[in-house]
Design a protein around this ligand. Structure first.
Ligand code: GLV
Length: 316
């Protein structure tokens, strides 16, 4: 007798359909549902074995008594690890996809600073030949990468290719190829103190919430830039505003914030030493992410172990 189909719910508040359309599943074995609102999701919850989603509403779980696997669509799983998620549900994440995007974001914005883009563009508007100002080299400067998972390591490779010196911080402090010195989290200030650029790539967990506070910002060099592509809550935003206003660090490139979208009245919008981008450093592209889900779905259907399983206790 053929086994009943597995029910997969694809959930995203923007539009789940392009994601659902790309899933390749064994014929007749999988039924796919797409939902873009909590109500739509709750309506099919009772049948659902698998959720493939982003910011899935936790109201689903009470009704989803068959649910056994949640595959996330993005890099961070902080939104997924809520107390309502039953312990039996395996959570898997998406490695390998976001590092190349984020490396280009980080190195692009570092080069924006060293190539004096703002100054030359402003001079151009005034038809002014600004030859008193020269670009600076990225090569020879030091990048501290706080979080050496696959994203941090990909950024490290790009930075090394440009001749930058790379130091880093990880939970274990274990050596990483191409990273000159890896510190444990408790020694984060040592990495911050030597860096011209600090990029945050840690997952948001109980251990990293508020990791960069007033003391850490004070450890940074006055000429250094902070780039946050992790989560807003990793940084104490009030302390950051204070050092930026006093120019105790040179500036910040911020893709993530305590509150998103960044409210129009927020002072970070107005500082000339801050770049604000709208949480776009690692875009979710269905063509890149769905193949990972499809591969794991094949394993799930065959009863084989899933890849990229999140350690729920560790938080990533
Ligand atoms: C976006 O922030 C993501 O975690 O993918």
């Amino acid at each position: 007798m053929p086994s009943p189909p597995l029910h997969v719910l694809v959930y995203r508040a923007d539009d789940p359909k392009p994601w659902a359309a790309l899933i390749r599943a064994p014929r007749g074995r999988v039924q796919i549902h797409a939902a873009g609102t909590p109500d739509e999701a709750v309506r099919v919850a009772a049948d659902v074995d698998v959720v493939f989603g982003w910011k899935v509403p936790s109201t689903l779980y009470e009704k989803a008594t068959r649910l056994r696997w949640l595959q996330t669509m993005g890099a961070g799983v902080d939104w997924a690890l809520v107390p309502e998620l039953p312990a039996r549900v395996v959570v898997t994440r998406v490695p390998g996809v976001f590092g190349p995007w984020m490396a280009e974001y980080v190195l692009g914005w570092c080069a924006h600073v060293t190539q004096r883009v703002d100054a030359y563009r402003a001079a151009q508007r005034d038809r002014r030949w600004l030859d008193s100002l020269l670009p600076a080299r990225l090569g020879g400067t030091t990048l501290a990468i706080i979080g050496l998972g696959d994203i941090g390591r990909t950024i490290a490779r790009g930075a090394r290719a440009l001749g930058m010196r790379v130091v880093g911080v990880s939970r274990t402090g274990a050596a990483v190829g191409g990273v000159e010195r890896v510190h444990r989290v408790r020694d984060v200030r040592r990495a911050l103190a030597v860096a011209d650029w600090v990029v945050l790539t840690v997952p948001l967990t109980a251990a990293t919430r508020g990791l960069v506070g007033a003391g850490e910002l004070a450890a940074m060099k006055p000429g250094a830039w902070l780039l946050n592509i992790a989560r807003g809550a990793v940084v104490d935003e009030a302390a950051l505003l204070d050092v930026l206003r006093r120019r105790a660090i040179a500036g910040a490139v911020l893709d993530v914030f305590a509150t998103e979208p960044l409210p129009p009245e927020h002072p970070l919008w107005t500082l000339d030493n801050v770049v604000v981008t709208p949480h776009v450093a690692g875009p979710d592209v269905p063509e890149e992410i769905v193949p990972l889900f499809t591969e794991n779905l094949g394993r799930f259907v065959a009863g084989r172990p899933l890849r990229h399983v999140v350690d729920r206790r560790r938080g990533y």
